[in-house]
Ligand binder design. Structure first.
Ligand code: ATP
Length: 463
């Protein structure tokens, strides 16, 4: 089973590179650990996931607003949020080869409940009890230093022209702070009534001790967050609704429900009322894809204290002032992308051959359809095919032109990038009873239908 999982991981990473989905960052210089670039097909899939998320978390809702905040923030923000003092993971180093490990994750791997919120003493007590089971992945020794907290914030030298700046500026450790900082602006400009939501997709940077498992743990990533502001103590019902909505959204991406599960946090940070993860079964096993947190009034209280600005909400009917509680959902887009890829990846027999196919939901596929002339060297076929291609491209945008190799090769190539329909212009398109019809081949079944060109747009929209 373990070998099967490694194989699947390797196959997905290899497909991502071979087919232009994901490349190692700075590859020609030997790469940079924990940083990836999305290629031409990857960025389309990623954008489609983002569009689906935005639709769900802004357009389909009432009283939800979208924002896009700047990445750099006043250094006090990270003090108020607790990141400068408490945003850390427990690190230990192999005494033999200096490889660094994240102790809470290694303990979890051997079946011990641990997390980054534990004190150094607590984590070291567990670490000492289980040292025998934790092996250095590089040299195989079991000789590690004590665990110590390692802060994950990434420092920048923005505006530091003299190298003597006293307050470092940080890249965002999480994207959601921008929402808290704009709470008052949103209330003042949009006059929303509590409860209301604010959604944002933004970049986050973390000095991860051991970036690993492809897009799962990277040092630069995007987060899609919604903060839902409710009256104090009116959190429970909304929290349950949000949990269900987030679960259903993953199903809408075509993800197999059996590969998803909820996990409630056993150790809550002192201010949280409840916290759950949605986990997906990645090739490496079940792990977090999204956090759903009941954060009480902590964030706005902290920013009110540190900024000195009144962040209380005034009820428009009663005039009552209060600090709303926040229900947060925070998803890593890289992890969502990786889950979608993992779930869509199939190797199967078709017409006596083994094919690799990405059975992506149609609204996520990099291309809605590919258009081909049956034969490349027949100008009359190519001309008609170009006409159909340009007409569809104008309507959908994401339409591929593919006239490389024979038709079987084109189908295999399009299967590998998840294109739901391949449209072929053949001799029957040009004359006879079938004039102005084309063959449309379905990615999942391989079935071929004859469709009039005039009905292609409707066909592709509906099927
Ligand atoms: P983990 O326990 O895996 O380190 P976390 O609990 O610290 O994650 P949050 O701070 O709750 O994560 O962040 C919300 C989401 O951001 C996570 O559910 C995950 O999808 C994503 N995320 C967090 N850290 C990373 C990372 N290093 N690489 C990619 N995505 C990440």
């Amino acid at each position: 089973m373990a070998q099967e999982k490694t194989d699947k991981m390797e196959k997905i990473v290899s497909l991502c590179k071979r087919r232009g989905f994901v490349f190692q960052g700075s590859e020609i210089y030997g790469g940079l650990a924990g940083v990836y670039d999305f290629g031409p097909h990857g960025v389309e899939l990623l954008n489609n996931i983002k569009k689906s998320w935005w639709k769900e978390n802004v357009y389909d809702k009432e009283n939800y607003f979208g924002i896009d905040s700047g990445m750099f923030k006043n250094p006090k923000v990270w003090e108020a949020s607790g990141h400068t003092s408490g945003f850390s993971d427990p690190l230990a180093e192999c005494r033999e080869c200096n490889t660094r490990i994240r102790v809470d994750k290694e303990l979890e791997r051997v079946g011990v409940t641990a997390d980054e919120k534990m004190s150094d003493e607590e984590i070291n007590r567990l670490f000492n009890e289980h040292r025998d089971e934790i092996v250095c992945t590089k040299c195989g020794k079991k000789d590690f230093t004590e665990a110590r907290s390692f802060n994950l914030l990434v420092k920048s030298n923005l505006g530091d022209f003299t190298s003597e700046a006293s307050e470092p500026v940080y890249l965002p450790g999480e994207a959601c702070q921008g929402i808290y900082l704009n709470f008052k602006n949103i209330v003042d400009t949009m006059q929303p009534k509590v409860p209301f939501g604010v959604s944002q997709i933004g970049k986050a940077f973390r000095n991860e001790i051991s970036p690993r498992n492809f897009l799962f743990r990277t040092r630069e990533f995007e987060q899609a967050d919604t903060q839902y502001f409710v009256r104090p103590n009116e959190n429970k019902e909304a929290f349950e609704r949000i949990k269900k909505e987030r679960w259903d959204w993953y199903i809408s991406l075509g993800i197999d429900e059996k590969k998803l599960r909820f996990k409630q946090h056993e150790n809550l940070v002192f201010y949280a009322a409840d916290a759950w993860d949605i986990e997906y079964e990645f090739p490496t096993g079940f792990d977090e894809i999204e956090g759903i947190h009941d954060r009480t009034d902590y964030d706005l209280t902290q920013h009110m204290k540190f900024s000195g600005v009144d962040l209380r909400y005034t009820d428009p009917n009663s005039g009552e002032k209060y600090i709303p509680w926040i229900l947060e959902t925070s998803m890593g887009l890289g992890r969502a992308f990786f889950a979608v890829m993992t779930d869509a990846y199939y190797e199967e027999e078709m017409n006596g051959e083994t094919r690799v196919v990405l059975k992506l939901a149609k609204h996520l596929s990099p291309y809605r359809a590919a258009v081909s002339p049956l034969l490349k060297n027949k100008p009359e076929l190519a001309e008609k095919a170009r006409e159909v291609f340009l007409m569809l491209k104008k309507m959908f945008g994401n339409i591929a032109w593919d006239d490389n190799g024979n038709i079987g090769k084109r189908y295999r190539r399009q299967d590998e990038i998840g294109t739901p329909a391949c449209i072929v212009i053949d001799f029957e398109t040009l004359e006879g009873d079938t004039k102005d019809t084309v063959t449309v081949r379905d990615r999942d079944t391989g079935a071929q239908n004859r469709v009039p060109i005039a009905e292609l747009v409707t066909y592709l929209t509906q099927v």
